[in-house]
Write a protein that binds this ligand. Structure first.
Ligand code: ZN
Length: 118
């Protein structure tokens, strides 16, 4: 099992090819970026460092092992806070797992924040 790093979820896992975007959080397998330079109320959700491996728009459909979830630009401030809350409360992660709220109980702890649904 990998050690849980305090920065898990709060730093990008993938390279993003635009220096003007602001990173929001790593959530459910996606690096979420706020393209503030576009002033369009959109977001970017990246799934690898490969240039084309991202979605963007006013809303993006995140797909992950346990289901899917729409994320909109309006969700971005709350998303950062949500990930920070998860990271500060490991007992919360344990409680959710115990309640069966996690779709992949055998997932490494370092990947848990990807799948939590709070
Ligand atoms: Zn950008």
């Amino acid at each position: 099992m990998s050690a849980r790093r305090p920065t898990m979820g709060l730093e990008p896992r993938y390279q993003h090819d635009c220096d003007a975007c602001v990173f929001v959080a790593h959530y459910k397998g996606y690096d979420v970026w706020d393209p503030v330079h576009e002033e369009s109320g959109s977001l970017v959700a990246r799934t690898s460092s490969e240039g084309p491996d991202y979605q963007s728009g006013e809303r993006v459909l995140l797909s992950y092992a346990g289901g899917e979830e729409w994320l909109s630009h309006d969700d971005l401030p709350g998303l950062r806070a949500r990930v920070e809350r998860i990271l500060r409360e490991p007992e919360l992660i344990a409680a959710i797992r115990a309640a069966g709220g996690h779709p992949a109980p055998k997932a490494r702890l370092s990947d848990l924040s990807d799948s939590l649904d709070l």
